[in-house]
Design a protein around this ligand. Structure first.
Ligand SMILES: [Zn+2]
Length: 441
């Protein structure tokens, strides 16, 4: 019995006019998925008129209250499996396509990371819920993962078009990344949460998304074709995490170091960049080492690639060398890249398994990755990992205090870690306010 087929966009259709969904098979045994889609671990719904996201909310009369799944109201446009149990009969624009797409992207990302982890993911909310509820909310301009839920809103572009996040693989995979962190690493005690834990959350979630995207055959093919294997100039891969305005301005291929954050920081997405940058650089360096080890490029070319990052006059001769080598052995490039992807995936999974969420800083992350490298390869990539962490000041310089914490940010964070029991500490809603909330729907 095979898996279950979905049609998935790796780039949302509204980012790229040429983007076409690809038929992807996920691990759910054919015939095992039900309407929704749903199975024993998660379900997708499109709630009918859900007016607010889950989490800590403020009622119409100003009283804070906790809003958690399951959704009790009506739902619209669930996706129904075909006779054999697949969902690839849903095509863009059909009712049910968004629900099928959201489920397929979440399951695809989980398949990849469960494979690196070596076991299936236990939800961090399993004390209270058996299944993750994935909601598609068209009127909400955000996406979030929290206690028992993953919610996908949408944004509106300048022409007034709705761009649903349910069609954005990167955003779904990023939120699943948070689920993986909470499920494996866990949640720190409030008094033991370091700023770098928050940066690590965003960095790891971006890495989950990046490495999952590299499992679409078309992504690796396109990246190699466009760059001829010169990944420092990779546009598609490096830009992958900054496609949506929702994700703010960030990119895996950045130059930021911890020195920028020593005197304080405002936003965990910015703070995540030095770590994400070091991870991306290491992925590219491991790829180059693989190319050298396979005799596909000369060691001098790999060395030149390092120098060219800070000397733009070398970019053009470097590209010429990659063009020649790539034309000679495109398949070798592909294998070397997939191998580097899997080394990084395994190291990150191992890092998550060995770290503790309390008092976590980037130095711990670097130490755990180096230990993973010693375990898996006897330290083959230790020098390059160490060099990339050092260059970013990781483990040496630490994030200072948070400057001007925005209320929205802290609410959002609370939303991820809250549990149903915390509602006991909130004031009771009056009958009147409860009624108003009910009729809002
Ligand atoms: Zn995030």
């Amino acid at each position: 019995m095979g898996g279950t087929r979905f049609r998935l966009f790796v780039q949302p259709p509204y980012e790229d006019d040429f983007s076409r969904p690809e038929i992807i098979t996920v691990s759910s045994p054919e015939g095992s998925l039900r309407v929704g889609p749903s199975d024993d671990s998660m379900y997708v719904i499109v709630p009918d008129r859900k007016s607010r996201p889950y989490g800590l909310n403020i009622g119409p009369l100003g009283t804070p209250f906790l809003y958690l799944p399951p959704w009790q109201g009506r739902i619209v446009a669930p996706a129904v499996p075909d006779r054999r149990g697949n969902f690839d009969h849903y095509r863009p624009g059909m009712p049910g396509f968004e629900a099928a797409h959201a489920f397929g992207c979440a399951r695809f990302t989980l398949d990849i990371w469960e494979n690196y982890l070596g076991h299936s993911l236990a939800w961090h909310f399993s004390d209270h819920y058996d299944r993750l509820e994935i909601d598609i909310l068209s009127d909400w301009n955000n996406a979030q993962y929290g206690y028992g839920f993953l919610e996908l809103g949408s944004q509106t572009d300048a022409d007034g078009r709705t761009l649903p996040f349910s069609l954005d693989f990167d955003i779904i995979a990023h939120e699943v990344g948070h689920a993986v962190i909470y499920g494996v690493l866990g949640v720190p005690d409030a008094e033991n949460e370091y700023p770098e834990y928050l940066g690590f959350q965003e960095s790891f979630a971006d890495s989950v998304s990046l490495i999952a995207a590299m499992h679409f055959p078309s992504v690796v093919e396109n990246v190699l074709e466009q760059t001829r294997g010169n990944l420092y100039l990779a546009n598609r891969l490096a830009r992958f995490s900054e496609f949506s305005p929702h994700r703010q301005i960030r990119s895996a291929n950045n130059k930021r170091t911890m020195a920028e954050f020593v005197h304080g920081w405002k936003n965990e997405h910015d703070l995540s960049e030095p770590l994400t940058g070091a991870i991306f650089d290491s992925l590219v360096d491991i790829f180059h080492e693989n190319l050298v080890a396979r005799g596909i490029i000369a060691p001098e070319v790999a060395a030149l690639a390092d120098v060219a990052q800070s000397d733009s006059s070398l970019e053009s001769p470097l590209q010429d060398m990659f063009d020649v080598a790539f034309a000679r052995d495109p398949d070798g490039f592909g294998e070397a890249l997939l191998d580097a992807r899997d080394v990084m995936g395994m190291y990150l999974a191992e890092t998550l398994r060995t770290l503790s969420p309390d008092l976590l800083d980037y130095g711990d992350v670097a130490g755990a990755m180096l230990a993973a490298d010693r375990m898996h390869s006897g330290g083959e990539f230790s020098d390059l990992l160490d060099g990339n962490f050092r260059r970013r000041g990781i483990g040496e310089l630490h994030a200072g205090r948070r400057l001007r914490p925005r209320r929205k940010d802290s609410e959002r964070r609370f939303t991820r870690t809250l549990t149903p029991g915390q509602g006991d500490y909130l004031p009771n809603l009056s009958f009147r306010e409860r009624r108003m909330i009910f009729f809002e729907r």
